[in-house]
Write a protein that binds this ligand. Sequence first.
Ligand SMILES: Nc1ncnc2c1ncn2[C@@H]1O[C@H](COP(=O)(O)OP(=O)(O)OP(=O)(O)O)[C@@H](O)[C@H]1O
Ligand SMILES: [Mg+2]
Length: 624
Amino acid sequence: MGDQESFAFAAAEARAGRPAKVKRPRVAREPKRAAETGRGAGRRKPAREARAERGSGADEPVQAGASMRVTASDMAKRQRDISVSEFFAKNRHLLGFDNPAKALLTTVKEGVDNALDACEEAGILPAIRVEISQLSETRFVIAIQDNGPGIVKQQVPKIFGSLLYGSKFHRLRQSRGQQGIGISAAGMYGLLTTGKPITVTTRTGPKKEAHRLEIAMDTKSNEPKIRRDETVAWDVPHGTRVEIELEGSYRGGQHSVDAYIRQISLANPHAEIRYAPPKRSAAARAAEPETPLLDAAAAAGKPAARADDDDDETPAAASAEGEILFPRVTDEIPEETAEIKPHPYGVELGVLMQMFRDTSARNLRSCLQNDFSRVSGRIADEICERAKVSAKRRTGEMAREEAERVHRAIQATKIMAPPTDCIAPIGDALIERALRSEVKADFYAAVTRRPVVYRGNPFLIEVGLAYGGALPAEESITVYRFANRVPLQYQQGACAITKAVTGTDWKSYQLQQPRGALPVGPLLLLVHIASVWVPFTSESKEAIAHYPEIIKEMRLGLQECGRQVGNFIRKRRREADEAKKRAYIEKYIPQVAIGLQQILGLGDPERDRIVRELSEVLERSRKA
Ligand SMILES: Nc1ncnc2c1ncn2[C@@H]1O[C@H](COP(=O)(O)OP(=O)(O)OP(=O)(O)O)[C@@H](O)[C@H]1O
Ligand SMILES: [Mg+2]
């Protein structure tokens, strides 16, 4: 219910003698609104008075006590466009900037995601540096530097100073970014909280000049404003450095930058990441143990952050030297992924009609063939025939009803699943290697499933698992969630991955599991979805939407890994039982020999021989 409606409703309620439900009447807010919009400042005339002046009282019913109601023409005057940046400045929580700690993490994340994407697209092994400098209790500067291809100078203002501008939205290809919002939103948050523009230094090649630009966003128009533009000496052959000053908070725990960096390096074993956390003051250093959080966690065989320690907000410890290196585990760049066209099965009617209007193809047949994946000439003919629409029909002239018939015909036609070379998995071998380097455990397993399709978009699920060792045995398991190699640290409960994990029967894999909850035991799970379009639940890209096809694939992957760990646990239990029995028997063999010696009157050498032989029998039966 809008403000106006709700106020009218409240007024009616009050007239009827019922308590009004709306606390703040709209009139009280009007002067502020008017001042904000710069329109109609001054006392607002009651509607009846205004109507009398306009002479429109006759056709607009005025009810007793409704003197504050507005007319349609009043409302019409207030209608105006809302720029996307105005919207997101008000709704920054939708982009992951709802509190200072999260804002700091989101900024690092957007910068690193872009750096990795840029390197991968250019076929460069990523070497990324993340620096966080603390200026005051709540003020930080975040710098992310990559060795990627750099950015053409003319593009810099739009990329960093305008929301919804990017190279990834209009394509179906696996990448970390997809919306064209990420880094400009971080810059906008910095600008809103500190008034400082984003600084970008970039160079596209050793023979090219390096440029440094300061970009601010005009949120009213969503247009960039260049505050500074200079050529600089930069001893980097190619790459980009982005610096953002912002109000933030540096915390430890599950949602920390430290946890993010550790997890992103886990899912990107080809990347080298150097991380310089904020330097602590000498007093803070003296009060805390010397070992950095990450190293301490690694030494204990524990992941740096646990997915279930939701409220852990202790300040993260940082190395006194200020830099932590996450070396690459492999020198192989992930396979280049192909961009694909939409698969006909996933296209909704409205989208199909839009495609028919926009296509450059001459007729329906060639549109189906050129603009979709997996539609051959023969399949296109079959669709046209089934839809009873001529193959030669010009799509721009097609009526809605014809488009609907084509849409139905598509669903009824057997079309090959979309190509899957557009997806680059991490791979089971690398997942296992990364897990081994992350955590000391007794058993590891990893599974990369075959690509399948949701809503016409190919996707693939990978699951990795580490069990035992130093992982905590009495707590809920840790789940690392990834989408296109990016860790998801917030909204665990809302994510399809959590649903798939809790919906798997872990008891059959020898783990305890409270009903409908995560299992309990020394287990670390890694679940990765790779797709040309990851269906996030919101723009802040924190959780995966609950598509049944996706949850099913996740379950299958979890079951595959689950069976392996179940077998391991069973085998280990059997061995432990056997060892116990054996120890028991071993303990009594000398007593048996002594008994026999006494009953049969044997000598000591014979008694010793009996001990030897019985031990051998025991050994043989164990091996058998
Ligand atoms: N470090 C970089 N090197 C090269 N190009 C970059 C870099 N950072 C950003 N870009 C370019 O700027 C564009 C906009 O980045 P931005 O983060 O705003 O959106 P995105 O990555 O496309 O999507 P998302 O909103 O999901 O992050 C990218 O699509 C990319 O083309
Ligand atoms: Mg991005």
